[in-house]
Design a protein around this ligand. Structure first.
Ligand SMILES: C[S@@+](CC[C@H](N)C(=O)[O-])C[C@H]1O[C@@H](n2cnc3c(N)ncnc32)[C@H](O)[C@@H]1O
Length: 299
């Protein structure tokens, strides 16, 4: 019996049947059905077996047929075994950290091809924004003098924030976002500016800064730490920082690599809240989001 057959037999004996089948199908697809891009399998005139082992089902079909089922199979197999599941998420998070796609405004511009891409106008979306606004109401004594909103998108939260502020500077790095937010609030006393948080610096001092669903698009831990220092530096003593971040799979919150790569709302929030000059004022956590309001030291 050759090594391949021995391994196959061993896997069959030790793995549960569905995992064995799924793994076998994935490996079969990788090693037998896969022809690298740019290569053509010319076959051999001496062969005595059919060219296609799948009755032609693997030939002449859209290229996606090769990759999409393969991706789903690997993912499904990984999801069944806790260790593989964690490795899969880790590999994915690491790849995203290296690619860091969302640092580029053009990624967001593509989303803005549709209106309200995050569905903030739905009742579910508004509930999330109202929860954030209610946190501000809890601590507010009069209006905020100088407020800064980072990443306004189409201005749905800007509209809620505006009545609480004497002056409001609203920034985003996607021109379409700013354009739509301006159209939504044409008469309001709000200053709109194109600004990239990753490039900084933030000019001015503010008694309120909000960053809702923005920091979780920063995939590099070093960049996130720089942004944290920038935000805290721009807060006046006693100023408030309101953060909302999207949660990821629970694994991101429990595995060591989630904390290392700072992915997922809870890890982002923990990093910011761990700064010695910030105090936790209130927090909330839902199935999808982590909310937190911090206050900077008076000294
Ligand atoms: C998911 S939306 C959040 C919208 C809004 N804050 C809310 O929660 O209603 C993210 C917004 O942040 C903006 N954004 C992402 N990265 C940014 C950066 N580095 N600098 C400025 N804006 C950014 C995007 O263009 C997008 O409009």
């Amino acid at each position: 019996m050759n090594t391949r057959k021995r391994l196959k037999l061993l896997a069959k004996q030790i793995l549960p049947v569905p995992i064995y089948r799924s793994l076998a199908a994935t490996l079969r697809q990788i090693f037998q059905g896969y022809i690298p891009v740019g290569k053509v399998n010319m076959g051999s005139f001496n062969r005595l077996t059919p060219i296609s082992k799948y009755w032609g089902g693997d030939r002449g079909l859209p290229i996606n047929r090769y990759y999409i089922p393969m991706y789903h199979r690997v993912r499904k197999t990984a999801a069944r075994v806790p260790f593989l599941r964690s490795t899969w998420h880790f590999a994915w998070a690491l790849a995203e950290c290296l690619r860091d796609p969302w640092r580029n405004p053009s990624y967001f511009e593509r989303l803005f091809a549709a209106t309200d891409p995050w569905q903030y106008e739905t009742s579910e979306g508004k509930k999330r924004l109202s929860l954030a606004a209610s946190m501000l109401e809890r601590v507010q004594q009069g209006k905020f003098q100088h407020a800064l909103e980072i990443g306004c998108a189409e201005g749905v939260f800007t509209e809620m924030l505006e009545p609480h502020c004497e002056s409001l500077l609203t920034v985003d790095f996607a021109p379409t976002a700013l354009h739509r937010a301006r159209q939504r609030l044409p008469h309001a006393h709000i200053r709109f500016e194109l600004f990239d948080l990753l490039r900084g610096p933030i000019h001015g001092r503010f008694d309120l800064i909000t960053a809702m669903d923005v920091l979780d698009y920063i995939f590099r831990p070093a960049a996130l730490k720089r942004v944290r220092d920038e935000l805290i530096g721009a807060l006046e003593p006693g100023g408030y920082l309101l953060l909302v971040n999207t949660r990821q799979d629970l694994m991101f919150e429990t595995e060591w690599w989630g904390r290392l790569l700072l992915r997922g709302g809870k890890n982002v929030q923990d990093l910011i809240g761990g700064h010695p000059s910030l105090h936790h004022i209130c927090a909330d956590i839902t199935e999808t989001h982590v909310f937190a309001l911090f206050r900077k030291d008076l000294a």
